[in-house]
Design a protein around this ligand. Structure first.
Ligand code: 5GP
Ligand code: MN
Ligand code: MN
Ligand code: MN
Length: 296
């Protein structure tokens, strides 16, 4: 496997991108929703992300297609009821396949999410620990909701209406899709890993033959511009995607204000965040058609 080097500015993605963008371009693509049904020799993908338990507020129709993709943050904090409601909503969608990853808001999905208890007792399990007031992550979530979420056992059992990917692959119509929930650390949420070596170790798990890469975080430079003007994407993810994986599509969410489609001339990057910066589900699903491989 071709090794990816840690960028010297990995901890400052804004500065790293200033340097990286000297030698590559970003094309903004304006892809309109399809007006006709998919050709018989193509597979239609319909992408959403960051719906945050607000699907009941969605005002637009969700286009039909063969594969529905959700790039994480389907709940506010991963409570059992939220997961069950999301699963019920998925069940009503017409798509033949539904592929889902978790995001940082799905606290109950991250088996390593124990840091908040460690301070009190190294031996307290995540299911019996209690979150204290000064440890509540952002978004002003209620303490009771967070405590309930982190105690849910075996939460994946409630996702019966989709293929749930977590550092894993699925092959649909001969198209290989890999999904992973990890993102650079921010405000102590789930699936947080420090920038640099730790993030890269997650991206090093991605196999090379992937056609569609599904992550919760954007790579640096594409759909990662935060409203404050800084970039929040992962530098090592961009390098992994461009130098090693070279997928046709990279689908993600997480930075709500980065919604949209871009390209570096080879790979198409889709920030499919349905919710905007105010957590209002305003952004339309992103649709693309992939030609079937010969013989499939
Ligand atoms: P979420 O909490 O749903 O994961 O992210 C919501 C918003 O938080 C994003 O749209 C973005 O404005 C902000 N955010 C998330 N991750 C980061 C990060 O790593 N850095 C910065 N500066 N903002 C972030
Ligand atoms: Mn989100
Ligand atoms: Mn490849
Ligand atoms: Mn997120």
């Amino acid at each position: 496997m071709q090794g990816i080097d840690i960028h010297p500015l990995t901890g400052n993605p804004t500065a790293a991108w200033r340097e990286i963008s000297q030698t590559q371009k970003v094309f903004k693509l304006n892809v309109k929703p399809p007006t006709k049904s998919v050709d018989s020799d193509k597979v239609r993908f319909v992408c959403m992300s960051d719906t945050h338990s607000l699907t009941h507020n969605i005002k637009f129709d969700i286009p039909d297609g063969d594969v529905f993709i959700h790039a994480g943050d389907f709940t506010k904090c991963g409570q059992q009821e939220e997961v069950q409601e999301f699963n019920r909503w998925l069940g009503e969608l017409p798509h033949k396949y539904k592929v889902v990853i978790a995001g940082n808001h799905e606290l109950s999905f991250d088996p390593t999410f124990i840091h908040i208890f460690k301070k009190h007792s190294e031996h307290t399990s995540r299911h019996t620990g209690t979150i204290l007031d000064d440890e509540i992550p952002t978004l002003g979530m209620e303490k009771d909701a967070l405590n309930e979420a982190v105690r849910v056992e075996n939460v994946k059992q409630y996702l019966t209406n989709c293929i749930y990917l977590e550092d894993s692959t699925v092959n649909i119509y001969g198209i290989t899709i890999y999904g992973t929930p990890w993102q650079p650390e921010f405000c102590k949420w789930a699936f947080n890993v420090p920038r640099g070596e730790k993030c890269l170790s997650k991206w090093n798990l991605i196999p090379e033959n992937v056609d569609i890469l599904l992550t919760h975080t954007p790579p640096v430079g594409h759909g990662d511009l935060v409203c404050s003007g800084i970039r929040a994407g992962c530098v090592e993810l961009l390098n992994t995607v461009q130098q090693r994986i070279k997928p046709k599509y990279h689908v993600f969410g997480h930075i709500h204000e980065g919604y949209g489609i871009t390209s570096d001339g080879k790979i198409i990057y889709i920030n499919a965040s349905t919710c905007d910066i105010n957590y209002i589900p305003n952004n339309q699903p992103v649709v693309f058609d992939v030609p079937l491989k010969a013989g499939v």
